[in-house]
Design a binder for this molecule. Structure first.
Ligand SMILES: [Zn+2]
Length: 265
């Protein structure tokens, strides 16, 4: 996913959400920045809180191996305030250029790269469409599952079409998106949209047919043709559990009503 509100993201991580963050270095950076910028802790308290947090939240955390890493992260935290991006705007001509690739896998990948480039121009200050990416993460966001060699080939084909370029210094982690425009804005993507960018693109491409938003968490999902879905998988599970809990509760209340002497069981 793309992060738009980094402060909220760091707070969620601190509160034990965002389990997708696996790297201990990333955890240390977010937690120390959160404690410094949002909780306004001094360096000593930030260190203590970070160690306490890691002991609970990170498997086999060993303070002696990471004490200097944590101290360094605390020292550099003031240089990295959180960014907050209201939305990512995508224009008509950008969408039309992507759509002209006429290959769904390549289109989804290029759409994600465009969104990433726009996000990184605001979060990292990158210019001229520069985008830093990891191919695994990119394919995951694009919901494209192909063998590793084919992934590179999809990118290569887009480069051949002139829509992506390589930076002058050959950096395999970076590309340049060549078609960023400022014409009519068609999509304004918020944080929830950014969780399912592939569906956002497909929904635009299919004129709003076949995709819908979960009525509970707002996440984009595929619509079923036979049985219209109200909730995403996660929320459907939650809602099922909730109604089960409720009916169980009603059943118990009913028994109590019939048998008031057992009220304190
Ligand atoms: Zn949901």
């Amino acid at each position: 996913m793309l992060i738009l509100n980094e402060e909220k993201y760091a707070k969620d991580l601190y509160d034990g959400k965002n389990q997708d963050v696996k790297s201990i270095m990333a955890k240390i950076r977010y937690v120390t920045r959160y404690l410094v910028h949002s909780e306004h802790k001094n360096n000593d308290d930030t260190y203590k809180e970070t160690v306490k947090w890691l002991k609970i939240r990170h498997n086999n955390f060993d303070e002696s191996s990471y004490s200097s890493v944590i101290s360094d992260a605390i020292k550099s935290a003031p240089k990295y305030p959180f960014y907050i991006i209201d939305n990512i705007k995508i224009t008509r001509s950008e969408l039309e250029i992507i759509s002209s690739l006429d290959n769904l896998r390549a289109e989804k990948i290029l759409f994600i790269l465009l969104c990433m480039a726009k996000q990184q121009s605001m979060s990292n200050g990158f210019t001229d469409g520069l985008v830093k990416y990891s191919i695994t993460e990119l394919c995951k966001m694009a919901r494209v599952s192909v063998p590793a060699d084919d992934r590179e080939y999809i990118l290569y084909e887009i480069v051949q079409r002139g829509l992506l370029g390589y930076p002058k210094k050959n950096n395999t982690q970076c590309l340049i998106v060549n078609f960023i425009n400022t014409d009519e804005v068609v999509l304004e993507l918020d944080e929830v949209d950014c969780q399912e960018l592939a569906y956002v693109y497909l929904n635009w491409k299919n004129d709003g047919k076949g995709y819908t938003k979960c009525q509970r968490c707002n996440r984009w999902m595929k619509q079923s043709k036979t049985k219209p879905r109200k909730y995403c998988e996660e929320c459907a599970r939650e809602s099922h559990l909730e109604s089960k809990r409720l009916s169980e509760q009603r059943r118990r209340d009913k028994i109590r009503g019939q048998n008031p002497t057992q009220q304190n069981d």
